[in-house]
Design a protein around this ligand. Structure first.
Ligand code: BES
Ligand code: ZN
Ligand code: ZN
Length: 470
């Protein structure tokens, strides 16, 4: 694992083993490795005209630099941030710049080689030193960025693990491990308790497998339980494997469905980060965890299930399982009398059709929450974009046999992401703002992210900024 160190000293004072990384005004595909006469080595990376470097490009430039260092087997690297050269970045303030720097250095350094027999330890990037950090506030921003990045990487480790290992039970254990030694508490409810709680939608999704369905509850009362501050509730989809159930997925669409608990793992990451930073906020994490399997005991298309809320749901398609487990979790969330609820889910392939793979879709009827999430998305690099939740969409999921259908009974695929959000709106809190974040577009990284393949760990950076500032 790559270590990171923050230094007041200038790069020039470091031993020669540290390759000095600098951004130059060259085109972004122009990289040079230069050895100076004093024996120091310099990795010069073009980022284009430095005056035009936007905050978004700054993020990818940092990641790109680290990817290059890894590709060239550079074990020790040092860099210094010259904010004066990048007016568009310095406009965001030096704390934003330093936090964003360390966050992205470590996120880019991440790799997942758990299942590779041949480890590349000899060639790994061992240490990054951020030099020239003079003020206390800049140094604290760096440290905060490091804690956030570690939480993002933890989220990715959990998500990238095979479904064979990462069962609902194991996901509960990962939550316990992540929160150990912090002020947060973790409880994991099993099927017996879920029956008592009448979380029948959650149980229905998990009924096709011997892997026990769980409800993972993380409570962090950083502002004090007895204070009047109501908690922020974060709900994450924890489908540890999604075969599609009896309406089974086509084979090309199934093999990455171990990542279908990415919403859940992002909630573990965000809570772990908040607890480690000792934020003075009350935050609850709720992760309904189940495997959507095919067997003679699986829920059937055509089944009608009474949800925890009392509303009955016609299961028109067993592959629209995420919204079922989230529905019961959103109902459960109301017992905390939240001041705001966010749910994160790899809910629909249609979100990739709508947005491509550059942003998650957000749906909310609270205009203020929508703009807050958009702004924090931009701040954090976990970009989000809104879709509507208008009344008109409700008619599409009317059921002849039950109170609501889990997909349009005419099997129309139009507006699939909005359809998912609309279904959830039947179960979402009415007494506080709620937003649904469909993170399917960001489940897997794409080459332009300049990140390791697999889980992106989104939207942990967004969630941390949200709980910090809400
Ligand atoms: N987990 C999938 C959505 C998904 C697809 C996430 C691709 C990431 C990448 C979800 O449970 C699902 O299968 N949704 C269906 C809904 C359909 C049956 C209405 C889909 O998107 O096809
Ligand atoms: Zn599905
Ligand atoms: Zn799914």
């Amino acid at each position: 694992m790559t270590k990171i160190r923050i230094e007041k000293k200038a790069c020039a004072t470091l031993p020669k083993k540290y390759v000095r990384l600098t951004f130059t005004n060259d085109k972004s595909d122009f990289h040079r490795f230069v050895e100076s006469s004093d024996g120091t080595s310099h990795y010069k990376m073009g980022v284009g005209a430095s005056k035009d470097l936007t905050p978004r490009k700054f993020i990818t430039a940092i990641r790109s630099a680290i990817q290059s260092c890894k590709r060239h087997h550079i074990p020790y690297v040092a860099l210094e941030l010259d904010l004066d050269a990048f007016p568009k970045v310095s406009k965001k303030g030096s704390q934003w710049a330093f936090r964003t720097l360390t966050e992205n250095l470590l996120i880019a350094a991440y790799s997942f080689d758990k299942y590779k027999s041949k480890k590349n330890d000899a060639h790994e990037l061992k240490e990054i030193v951020v030099c020239g950090v003079h003020t206390k506030s800049d140094s604290e921003a760096c440290t905060r960025g490091i804690v956030v990045a570690q939480s993002v990487n933890l989220t990715r480790d959990i998500a990238n693990t095979t479904a064979e290992e990462m069962t609902p039970t194991q996901l509960g254990k990962e939550a316990q491990k992540a929160l150990r030694g912090t002020a947060a508490t973790v409880r994991v409810l099993g099927e017996k308790e879920l029956k008592k709680l009448q979380m029948n939608l959650l149980l229905a999704v998990g009924q096709g497998t011997v892997s026990e369905t769980k409800l993972i509850l993380i409570e962090y009362w950083g502002a004090g339980k007895n204070k009047s501050e109501k908690p922020i509730v974060l709900v994450g989809k924890g489908v540890t494997y999604d075969t599609g159930g009896l309406n089974v997925k086509p084979s090309g669409s199934m093999h990455e469905m171990h990542l279908d608990m990415s919403g859940g793992s992002s909630v573990i990451g965000a809570l772990s980060c908040a607890a480690k930073l000792k934020l003075k906020k009350n935050i609850i994490g709720i992760i309904p965890a189940a495997e959507n399997a095919v067997s003679d005991r699986s829920m059937r298309a055509g089944d009608i299930v009474r949800s925890k809320s009392g509303k009955t749901v016609e299961i028109v398609h067993t592959d629209a399982e995420g919204r079922l487990i989230l529905a019961d979790a959103l109902t459960y969330a109301q017992k905390y009398e939240p001041r705001v609820v966010l749910d994160m889910a790899t809910l629909t392939g249609a979100a990739l059709v709508a947005l491509g793979q550059h942003a998650s879709a957000i749906m909310t009827n609270d205009q203020k929450l929508e703009s807050t999430l958009r702004e924090l998305g931009e701040e954090s690099g976990d970009y989000v974009w809104p879709l509507p939740l208008w009344e008109e969409y409700k008619q599409h999921i009317k059921s002849d046999r039950a109170d609501v259908a889990n997909i349009a009974p005419n099997f129309s695929r139009f507006g699939g992401t909005i359809e998912g959000g609309t279904f959830l709106s039947y179960f979402a809190p009415t007494s506080c703002p709620w937003a649904h974040i469909d993170i399917a577009p960001r489940m897997n990284s794409i080459p332009s992210d300049k990140l390791a393949k697999g889980s992106t760990g989104e939207p942990v950076r967004l969630l941390v900024r949200f709980v910090e500032s809400y």
